[in-house]
Design a protein around this ligand. Structure first.
Ligand code: ADP
Ligand code: MG
Length: 289
C-alpha cells in the first residue's frame, strides 16, 4: 500500500504545477543522480525566429518560403510551426501539397504539382543523394534546407533561444548535488555545444537520430549506479522517456505522446521545476521515514 505521506507529496507537487502519476515516482525521483535534457522546447524556447532566407537561384525567396511553409504545414515539429507562422505573418499563401512523409530526425518528403520536394536538414538531402553546398555544414544556427525536383533549392536560417529559466534549472540541480547533467539533441553538435556552454553543462550530445537517443539511454542504464531522469517535450521523446527511471515531460508545449509516456508532467514551460520535483520527493521521504 502507498504510505499516506505520498498523497501529501503529490498534492504539494501539483500546487507547484508538477504532476506525479504515482507515489512510486515521488520515491524514485529521490534516487536520481543523472538528469538528461532534450534541447529543443525543453531548455530552449523551441519557437524559432526566421532570420534569413537564401535561395539557390532557381526560385525567388518568397517562393522558397511558400514551398517550405506549405510542406511544413503537415508537421507538428517546433521548426514546422515556426516556419508556418513566419509565412502567415507575411501573408504568403500556401500551395497544395501531396504524399507527405515525415522522417523523424530528418524532416519531410512531399510532392507539389507532382514534383518531389524535400524540407529538412542536410542529413535529409544526403539520405536522398542530393548534393548541396558544403558551406551549409558550417552554419552554426539551425537551418531548414529545401530540394525541389531532386535539386538543392535553398534554405531558411532559424534561431532558437534559451528559456529564461534554463540556467536556473541547471544551477538548482547542481545545488541538489546532481552531478551528471547532459543534453541530447537531434540538432547539430555545434549548436548543442553552444547552448550547453552557456548553461554550464559539459556533456552535450548532438546529431542524434531518435534511435541514437535510445542507444545513449541504453548505454547509460548499463551502469546500475546511474539513476536517470530524462526531461523532454517532443514527439520523438516517448522511447527515451520510457527508458529512463523517471520520465519527465514538459507539458507547456509538449506533445501528447510524451505526456502520456511520462511519469511526471511539468505543467509549465519551466525546466527549473525538475529540481522542484526532486525537492518535493526528498521532503516527502523525510516526512514518511
Ligand atoms: P531535437 O528535438 O532533439 O532537436 P528532432 O529529432 O525532433 O530532435 O529533430 C532533429 C532535427 O531534424 C532537427 O534539428 C531538424 O534539423 C530536423 N527536422 C526534424 N523534423 C523537421 C521538420 N518538420 N522540419 C525541418 N526539420 C526537421
Ligand atoms: Mg524533439
Amino acid at each position: 500500500s502507498i504510505p499516506l505521506g505520498y498523497f501529501g507529496g503529490i498534492g504539494a507537487a501539483s500546487r507547484l504545477g508538477i504532476l506525479f502519476k504515482g507515489g512510486n515516482y515521488l520515491d524514485a525521483i529521490t534516487k536520481i543522480n543523472t538528469v538528461v535534457f532534450d534541447k529543443t522546447g525543453t531548455l530552449t524556447k523551441g519557437t524559432f525566429d526566421v532570420q534569413a532566407c537564401k535561395s539557390a537561384g532557381d526560385i525567388s525567396e518568397e517562393e522558397l518560403v511558400k514551398l517550405i511553409a506549405s510542406v511544413e504545414s503537415d508537421s507538428t515539429h517546433p521548426i514546422a510551426k515556426a516556419v508556418v507562422n513566419y509565412a502567415k505573418e507575411r501573408n504568403i499563401e500556401r500551395v497544395t501539397v501531396a504524399d507527405t512523409k515525415e522522417y523523424a530526425g530528418f524532416g519531410l518528403e512531399a510532392t507539389v504539382d507532382g514534383i518531389p520536394v524535400l524540407v529538412g536538414n542536410c542529413r535529409l538531402l544526403s539520405k536522398f543523394d542530393i548534393s548541396f553546398p558544403q558551406e551549409l555544414l558550417k552554419i552554426t544556427d539551425t537551418i531548414v534546407v529545401c530540394a525541389v525536383g531532386n535539386r538543392y533549392a535553398g534554405y531558411l536560417l532559424l534561431a532558437d533561444a534559451l528559456k529564461e529559466d534554463a540556467k536556473v534549472a541547471i544551477d538548482r540541480l547542481k545545488a541538489l548535488n546532481i552531478e551528471n547533467i547532459q543534453i541530447l539533441s537531434g540538432d547539430k553538435q555545434s549548436i548543442v555545444t553552444n547552448f550547453a556552454e552557456k548553461l554550464g553543462i559539459s556533456k552535450a550530445y548532438g546529431d542524434l537520430l531518435p534511435e541514437g537517443k535510445v542507444k545513449h539511454l541504453e548505454k547509460l542504464r548499463q551502469d546500475e549506479a546511474n539513476r536517470i531522469a530524462f526531461v523532454g517535450d517532443g514527439m520523438n521523446d516517448a522511447p527515451v522517456l520510457a527508458l529512463s527511471h523517471v520520465g519527465i515531460a514538459m507539458g507547456g508545449l509538449g506533445s501528447d505522446a510524451a505526456i502520456e509516456t511520462a511519469d511526471v508532467v511539468i505543467q509549465t514551460d519551466q525546466p527549473s521545476k525538475v529540481a522542484e520535483a526532486i525537492k518535493v520527493g526528498r521532503l516527502t521521504r523525510r516526512i514518511i521515514w
